[in-house]
Design a binder for this molecule. Structure first.
Ligand code: HEM
Ligand SMILES: *[C@@H]1O[C@H](CO)[C@@H](O)[C@H](O)[C@H]1NC(C)=O
Ligand SMILES: *[C@@H]1O[C@H](CO)[C@@H](O)[C@H](O)[C@H]1NC(C)=O
Ligand SMILES: *[C@@H]1O[C@H](CO)[C@@H](O)[C@H](O)[C@H]1NC(C)=O
Ligand SMILES: *[C@@H]1O[C@H](CO)[C@@H](O)[C@H](O)[C@H]1NC(C)=O
Ligand SMILES: *[C@@H]1O[C@H](CO)[C@@H](O)[C@H](O)[C@H]1NC(C)=O
Ligand SMILES: *[C@@H]1O[C@H](CO)[C@@H](O)[C@H](O)[C@H]1NC(C)=O
Ligand SMILES: *[C@@H]1O[C@H](CO)[C@@H](O)[C@H](O)[C@H]1NC(C)=O
Ligand SMILES: *[C@@H]1O[C@H](CO)[C@@H](O)[C@H](O)[C@H]1NC(C)=O
Length: 552
């Protein structure tokens, strides 16, 4: 697979990621998972969904590229998917937009092609209670454009999109429609004529028209084995202005501009809608092309129903805990361990010291412990300019069960300068509570067969502090309400956990519970929740990756 790389445009650097002073307070259910997916793409902790951005690496991903063996580009598909999902918006009425309703609309003639089912299958793997399908479709477009532009376009990402529960109205623009229809459709989506021209050029700079799906546009198989694809421009894997340059120069490559069927030359009609002014400007200046595409694609992915409130633009946590575990020992102590992810410019891997200051349950400072840099563990974005590199530090400490633990702060000491920064997570420290925790060393997952049917079993042992305060301790694994629907809301599939025994010399009681799901199982991260009259305590969104697998 070969593709040419666009050169860097330093003029655009103001659009790129910059460290932010507005720190998040961890944990944040609305931010954390999406922040991880967006910034920690190439991560040592295998996340649900995998490294999503890698599926559009080099723009095409392993689809092989429009001119290559597969004839398809996953990057182009993810961008087209986001536009089609959004394009039935009515901004005046405040309805529609990016809401994942496209998953219910794939059989419509206006949504012909594999782009939509393929986008769903890749991005759907990351769909959870904390990452809506529509947020994933928006993020897919951000990553596709990031990869295809080699980091020249970093679309700012906001979270909070809400998924539709069924199909919406039809009305995706189609190539055989006339200019008046397209102008009206784009106006309904919130784009005027100049913006329509821009947005179409920004979409049609990658990928192409597949003759298998549009035989009336590409009737003569030019290139069998590639789904009869004719690309929009000669640099189909590069998000660049060559689509505009070629159009202005009358190069007849683009099948929607110069194709043999005049009826379906929608790009020709649209690019000339203002007498050719905007498309010429886009052809003349790559910087203008990239900056207008960035702004309009941002507006495109942020077009949501009026009732939906998006978050501020996501930025990475400077310091973010991961995999905080507690294991009870036999001698009245507990072993507490975890990872701290730190932005590489905040910590110097060779010269800094990372100190963890744990606080007991009652608020007393416990002995300091040193975070040890794990050389194997680093994470970063998969394409330039999308975010920082991260370094991981691991810590552990043994604490008396009597003291327990409630939180910690992270102190970074620059050994060379002696400068110290303490990260206090908004003032109260990073929560790390022994009120309720899964004990992974006593838990397991396995597949069992009953009457020739395979089930996944998740066996969790958890410790619960002061169990007498709680009337219910449950293991919850969210599952789709409708397992045959392409997209379904989650239900909280709940299993009551049973008390086993109190750990001698402590106030911890062990509980165990088994959740069972028919294979293939949706291994959505699980929660453990204890509820009582006085309080509710929980350990949320635990990944199955940390639960040992038992093979029968
Ligand atoms: C009047 C408006 C538009 C019309 C009529 C139109 C039509 C088409 C058609 C017929 C294809 C070929 C699809 C295939 O064979 O798989 C296509 C591809 C594509 N369109 Fe559009 N489009 C429009 C606007 C847009 C916009 C605004 C965007 C995004 C900003 C966009 C993004 C794409 C992309 C990325 C592809 C390539 C898909 C691939 O290679 O798999 N389109 N478009
Ligand atoms: C479209 O809107 C933009 C931004 O408001 C404006 O600069 C441009 O002149 C408008 N174009 C037309 C044709 O109205
Ligand atoms: C051109 O496209 C139109 C609209 O899709 C179609 O009805 C017509 O048959 C096509 N003409 C040819 C010659 O393929
Ligand atoms: C492209 O074609 C148009 C219409 O025939 C013509 O006016 C224009 O000069 C041509 N442009 C170039 C660069 O050849
Ligand atoms: C941090 O990561 C960035 C992005 O990959 C890299 O350019 C930079 O050299 C790294 N800085 C340090 C101090 O390691
Ligand atoms: C705890 O951390 C120390 C270094 O800080 C390390 O030597 C030790 O192996 C760790 N213990 C466990 C069980 O991870
Ligand atoms: C699997 O986990 C359950 C519940 O935590 C535990 O009772 C059981 O002993 C474990 N089985 C094995 C083989 O480790
Ligand atoms: C998981 O728990 C169930 C129910 O207690 C038990 O039958 C099963 O053997 C456990 N699985 C393993 C691997 O221990
Ligand atoms: C579940 O989804 C299927 C497929 O979309 C649909 O036909 C069915 O009506 C849905 N069931 C319920 C109860 O909504």
């Amino acid at each position: 697979m070969a593709w040419t790389r666009a050169i860097l445009y330093s003029v655009l650097s103001s659009y790129f990621w910059h460290p932010s002073s507005a720190e998040y307070v961890w944990p944040d259910e609305q931010i954390d998972e999406l922040e991880r997916l967006l910034f920690e793409q190439d991560s040592p902790f295998d996340p649900p969904g995998g490294n999503i951005a890698s599926f559009v690496s080099g723009c095409t991903g392993f689809a092989g590229g429009p001119g290559g063996s597969g004839g398809r580009s996953f990057g182009a598909e993810w961008l087209r998917n986001a536009y089609h999902d959004m394009s039935t918006a009515d901004v005046t009425a405040g309805t529609g937009g990016l809401d994942a309703s496209i998953v219910f609309e794939m059989d419509r003639p206006e949504n012909v092609g594999q782009a939509f089912s393929e986008s769903l299958s890749f991005l759907g793997a990351a769909y959870t209670t904390r990452s809506s399908m529509s947020d994933m479709f928006a993020m897919g477009a951000v990553m596709a454009v990031g990869q295809c532009s080699n980091g020249n376009i970093i679309i700012p990402f906001r979270a909070g999109r809400v998924d539709a529960t069924g199909p919406g109205p039809s009305g995706v623009p189609q190539p055989q429609e006339d200019l008046a229809t397209h102008t009206a459709t784009f106006a309904k989506q919130g784009f005027n004529v100049s913006e329509m021209i821009t947005l179409v050029a920004c979409g049609h700079t990658i990928g192409g028209v597949h003759g298998v799906d549009f035989p009336e546009i590409v009737p003569n198989p030019p290139n069998t084995g590639t789904d009869n694809t004719v690309t929009f421009d000669a640099t189909t894997n590069d998000f660049d202005n060559s689509v505009a340059k070629q159009f202005v120069a009358n190069v007849s490559q683009n099948p929607l501009a110069f194709g043999q069927n005049e009826t379906t030359r929608s790009d020709f009609r649209i690019f000339n809608a203002d007498g050719g002014k905007v498309i010429s400007q886009m052809a003349e200046s790559e910087n203008y092309f990239l900056s207008t595409c960035n702004a309009l694609l941002e507006r495109m992915i942020n077009t949501v129903p009026r009732s939906v409130k998006l978050t501020d633009i996501l930025h990475p946590y400077t310091v973010k805990p991961r995999n905080l575990f507690i294991t009870p020992n036999a001698d009245g102590t507990v072993f507490a361990t975890g990872f701290i992810r730190i932005i590489n410019t905040t910590v110097d891997a060779t010269k800094s010291q990372v100190l963890i200051h744990p606080t007991s349950r009652s608020g007393k400072l416990l002995p300091v412990t040193t975070g040890i840099r794990n050389n194997r563990l680093t994470a970063s974005c998969s394409y330039p300019n999308c975010g920082p590199d991260f370094i991981y530090y691991q810590f552990n400490t043994t604490i008396s069960a009597k003291d327990g633990i409630s939180s910690f702060t992270v102190e970074i000491v620059d050994d060379a300068s002696g400068k110290t920064i303490v990260y206090e997570n908004g003032g109260s420290g990073f929560p790390f509570s022994d009120a309720i925790q899964p004990v992974f060393s006593l838990s397991n997952q396995s597949v069992i067969t009953v009457d020739k049917v395979d089930y996944t079993q998740l066996n969790i042992t958890a410790l619960v502090l002061n169990a007498e305060d709680f009337s219910d301790v449950s293991l919850i694994v969210p599952q789709p309400l409708n397992t045959t629907a392409p997209l379904s809301p989650w239900i909280q599939d709940k299993v009551k956990m049973k008390p086993l025994n109190k750990i001698p010399g402590t106030e911890y009681t062990l509980y165990s519970g088994t959740w069972q799901g028919k294979v293939p199982t949706n291994t959505h991260p699980f929660d453990i929740v204890a509820t009582g009259q006085k309080s509710t305590v929980s350990s949320l969104f635990n990944t199955w990756d940390n639960v040992p697998q038992i093979f029968n």
